[in-house]
Each structure stands twice: as C-alpha cells, then as structure tokens.
Design a protein around this ligand. Sequence first.
Ligand code: GDP
Ligand code: K
Ligand code: MG
Length: 289
Amino acid sequence: MHKAGFVNIFGKPNAGKSTLLNAIIGEKLAIISPKVQTTRHRITGVVTEPGFQIVFSDTPGIIDPKYRLHEKMMGAVKSALEDADVALLIMDAKDDLSENLELFDSLRLKAPCILVVNKTDLLKKEELDDLLARCNAWGKAKMVIPISALKQTGTKEMISKIVELLPEGEPFYPEDTLTDKSMRFLVAEMIREKIFQLFEEEIPYHTAVVVSQFEEKATLTKITAEIIVTRDTQKGIILGEKGQSIKKLGTLARTEIEKFIERKVFLELFVKVRGKWRDSDLYLKEYGY
Ligand code: GDP
Ligand code: K
Ligand code: MG
C-alpha cells in the first residue's frame, strides 16, 4: 500500500516553519531569518521514500493584513488550509501556549492535525514535560510532538507519525522532485534573505526581488536580478556609499546561490524604485505574488 498527501505547516511568525521545511528536505528551499514576515509564498518540499510521498508546504506566518501584499500572503495560508491532508501546527516552545492554541482553534481545521512543539532545545527537561502535558490537554491534535528544527531532533519521529495519518494514494511528483518552485524563484528568495540579513528596519519589508535573466553558460551561470524598493532613499541605502553595500549583498548572495546550484555564478544586481508596489495588483503579479 502506497501513501501520499499534502502536509501543510501553520504557525505564528518565527515559530520555525521554514527551518522545519529545510530540515525535512535537507536542502535550503525556504529562506530563514529572525525577522517576522520573511516568508511571503507557499513553498513546497517533497519527500519521497519507499511506501510514501509527502508534499510539505511552508506558509507565511499568520498575521492581520495591512497591505495587499499581506492579503496575498494570507491567501497562501488559506489555500493551504483547504488542501491539507494533515496539518502541522507548529509553535515556539518559549512562546505563550494559550495564545498559540487560540490561533490554531481559529483556523477551523478540517484535516487531522499534529501539534509540533519546536525549539525544545531552549527548554529544560522539566519545563518541556510540563508544556507537553498542557499541550496534550488541548485534545484537538492527533498527537503532540516535541522537536528542534534547528538541531534536527524529533523530525524522524514526526515523519513516521505523519505517514500514519496520510491517505492511501499514488505519488503526485516524480521521485527526484524536491520542490515545485523554479530555480529563478529560489534564487530571488536567496537574494531576499541576504537583504533581510544586511539591511535594518523597513528596508526588507519594502523590497521585492525578481530574477530577469538566468542563463547557463559553458563555465558559469549568468544571473541578473532586480531589487525593487518603494523610495529613492531606500535605493541609496541598498547601493551604499560608492556601491559598497550592493557589492557586499552581491557577494553574499552569489556565494549562497553557488552552494545551491553547485556551479560558478556571475550575479548582476540592479535597484529599481516602484512607489507603491506592495499595494499594486499589477506589480504584485509581476513580482510573483
Ligand atoms: P518562520 O517565520 O516560522 O518560518 O520561522 P523561521 O524558520 O524563519 O525561524 C525563525 C527563527 O527561529 C530563526 O532565527 C531560526 O533560526 C529560529 N529557530 C527555528 N527553529 C529553531 C529551533 O528548533 N531552535 C532554536 N533555538 N531556534 C530555532
Ligand atoms: K521568520
Ligand atoms: Mg518562514
């Protein structure tokens, strides 16, 4: 009997959803940062083993929308709620339990769910035992599983529990599939991650990245990307004095992309100002949201 299904990861910003997806897939598909609202799309990662295939989806953290961009982000959460065969409800073990349970209740899930308590590496044993007891008392999850996505503990057990809950079915993707996202998308995300790393305050939240050229040459891959911001001052900050900042960004991003595609990369970055891209359906579409 073969099992296959969609397992979607839900939780508050910074619970560790993207870290968990990457830990499961063993590749860096989803960008990670300590800042909220880093993930803007639904990103899938496919695990194929003898007997089962699981299509995981990372989703943006659940927030109240303030921009059209946020509405699109919550649209990604909504579609993930609807097609889940199993829902992984993930929380930060250090975070307030009742607040998380209230959020999970509000999702009105139809699919069976697993409550995943992440970041257990940050808790003492007694603290964890107490927390798990309170999690089990919630009563709405098929099971409660402690993990550390960062240290990669508990994830194997989690997978075997998921398989128990999966429906019977044939695989959805060929067995060597890792993700449904294109290389262009993943590269744009890697550049965005470095922007989250290098620039403070509002800059990452006002930025989109679009890969306009991705060409495999004989000895290297040539990539051109546009960094879209909302103001001239932001463009100035990203460029930096004498272009120092964008140079640093380019080097960091290129190193990361080279690791991922295992080829030499020539990366060219341009910065464009598009005043209200986060509220423009036209631009949101053009930038992949
Ligand atoms: P997301 O917003 O839910 O996708 O969360 P991320 O995966 O981006 O992670 C948010 C922050 O939590 C990052 O700084 C991660 O390194 C950190 N983090 C994720 N999982 C763990 C964990 O198991 N233990 C610890 N200590 N930190 C974690
Ligand atoms: K984050
Ligand atoms: Mg994320």
